[in-house]
Ligand binder design. Structure first.
Ligand code: UTP
Length: 287
């Protein structure tokens, strides 16, 4: 089994649910407490010992590249003023750690992943959707890598949502279950309300085999007239091992306004430096 070394971060989407905030700023740069979403995803990948980050970007996304670059002016000025650089530690990519690929038109997540096919080559790879903030110890991808080292093949993250929400996501038809590991028998993207095969959805973390790129190559457009990753993955079932890993942790859908606000409150309450002030304000407000 080949070691998981590469990860794709598709960041080429338009983020229309978050307009006007995302008119001139990438959705992935929205901030939860004091870090942009994309930084949480990269930190999760580093914790899982991923060595090469592949960003599939689009127009108007250069703030993401700048965030992970060296900021000479900031670093020099802060050093001269005796300020420590802790706050920007870890925001720089090491030389060769990142590759940027351009998705020229945002025609779906499946298409964004396919844009990275030459860099993936014949290796397994992870995918992170940065607007899904996964909080766990260990992190979500690290948990998945530990499962992958036992099963090989393809592993998607699985997360239970109420029945009323399944129509928004890719949903799993579960087979046999061994602890947190669930056999995947089928996948369906955005099932019509009341028709979902389970309430186990896929919250934006995947470990896939490179063969999925060949499936994506001839993939027709699916739900929303977009090239869907779920449809390509569904075709891999039966040809390779395919499992879901029930994530042990918290998940926040930060591509959605309510999910984003909830993430900010939850993570603020986790932080010793600001939790007392936030909690006191909440107590006064909520009574
Ligand atoms: P979303 O479904 O959240 O779409 O994409 P979106 O365009 O970002 O946001 P809305 O729905 O218009 O508000 C899930 C992930 O896939 C990426 C997005 O950047 C996000 O990380 N994506 C989506 C692409 O990279 N390219 C695409 O063509 C579509």
């Amino acid at each position: 089994m080949k070691k998981l070394r590469k990860a794709v971060f598709p960041v080429g989407g338009l983020g229309t649910r978050f307009l006007p905030a995302t008119k001139a700023m990438p959705k992935e740069m929205l901030t939860v407490v004091d870090r942009p979403l994309i930084q949480y995803a990269v930190d999760e990948a580093r914790e899982a010992e991923i060595e090469q980050m592949i960003f599939v970007t689009g127009r108007g996304k250069s703030a993401i590249e700048d965030h992970f670059d060296i900021s000479y002016e900031l670093e020099t000025t802060m050093s001269e003023r005796g300020k420590d650089l802790d706050a920007i530690q870890g925001t720089r990519f090491r030389p060769g750690e990142v590759i940027y690929v351009r998705q020229q038109e945002p025609i779906g997540l499946g298409h964004a992943i396919w844009c990275a096919r030459h860099i993936i080559g014949d290796e397994p790879f992870a995918i992170f959707l940065p607007d899904e903030l996964m909080v766990g110890t260990p992190g979500c991808m690290k948990q998945m890598v530990e499962a992958y080292e036992q099963t090989g093949g393809n592993i998607v993250c699985g997360y239970e949502v109420p029945d009323s929400e399944t129509h928004k996501y890719g949903v799993i038809t579960p087979g046999e279950q061994h602890g947190a590991l669930v056999e995947v028998k089928a996948l369906v993207e955005k099932p019509a309300p009341g028709t979902a095969p389970s309430n186990l959805m896929i919250p934006g973390r995947y470990i896939l085999q490179p063969e999925v790129m060949r499936v994506l190559e001839g993939q027709a457009r699916g739900a929303g007239n977009e090239i869907q990753l779920t449809d390509a993955m569904a075709q891999m079932i039966g040809t390779q091992p395919f499992h879901a890993w029930r994530f042990d942790g918290r998940r926040f859908d930060c591509g959605d306004k309510a999910g984003f606000i909830t993430a900010n409150i939850a993570l603020a309450l986790d932080r010793e430096d600001i939790a007392p002030a936030v909690r006191s304000w909440m107590r006064d407000t909520l009574g």
